[in-house]
Design a protein around this ligand. Structure first.
Ligand code: PRP
Length: 187
């Protein structure tokens, strides 16, 4: 019998707060990329739910104002972070990021920026593929944990230094399907 996972302690960001903010982000992105083609680049796995809602929020903004047409393409990368004895944090590309990104506008979609190592690595990797521009949209930002500086163009919410799950974020691969962000009490 598998061990029982800890229960989420409290809701940090409710479903309605998430959806309202994502609607605002979608409108802002639709304005900024009006009449352009944009590659939404999701970072697996944590960003998938945010990615799906953000993509539809960009379309909703177009419905409200048809001038703001954004031609969206979807791409995904998967990265793995690990600790070893020689570096504080190392990141490795598992899949994605092809020549197809050359001369395109890329918007990286993340669920959370914590230390910044993942984003820094991905940024450096993507520039080798010669895109036109790279911007970053993260649902959550935990600035108190930053170890390397990273530029973020669109942020959903800044959060305190607590362990959060839900809406794509996991603990031991669980809780990604919660429709809200919850604080997890680790015993
Ligand atoms: C999480 C998250 C970010 C990264 C941020 O991914 O999705 O990609 O950590 O952390 P950092 O700023 O400290 O680098 P994780 O490695 O947990 O994988 P997952 O997306 O599959 O959950």
């Amino acid at each position: 019998m598998p061990a029982t996972n800890p229960l989420p302690e409290s809701v940090l960001i409710s479903e309605s707060h998430l959806q309202n903010r994502i609607h605002e982000l979608g409108a802002q992105i639709a304005t900024d990329y009006e009449n352009q083609e944009l590659v939404l680049l999701g970072v697996l796995r944590g960003s998938v739910i945010f990615f799906a809602d953000l993509a539809r929020a960009i379309f909703s903004a177009q419905l409200e104002n048809p001038v703001k047409e954004v031609r969206l393409r979807f791409e995904f990368v998967q990265l793995m972070s690990y600790q070893d004895s020689t570096k504080p944090s190392a990141v490795e590309l598992i899949r994605g990021g092809t020549d197809y990104l050359e001369q395109r506008h890329i918007l990286i979609v993340e669920d959370i920026v914590d230390t910044g190592h993942t984003l820094k690595f991905l940024h450096e990797h993507l520039w080798t593929l010669k895109p036109k521009t790279i911007k970053v949209c993260t649902l959550l930002d935990k600035p108190s944990q930053r170890q390397v500086p990273v530029a973020i163009d669109y942020t959903g919410f800044e959060i305190p230094d607590t362990f959060v799950v839900g809406y794509g974020l996991d603990y031991a691969q669980q809780y990604r399907n919660l429709p809200y962000i919850a604080v997890l009490k680790l015993i």
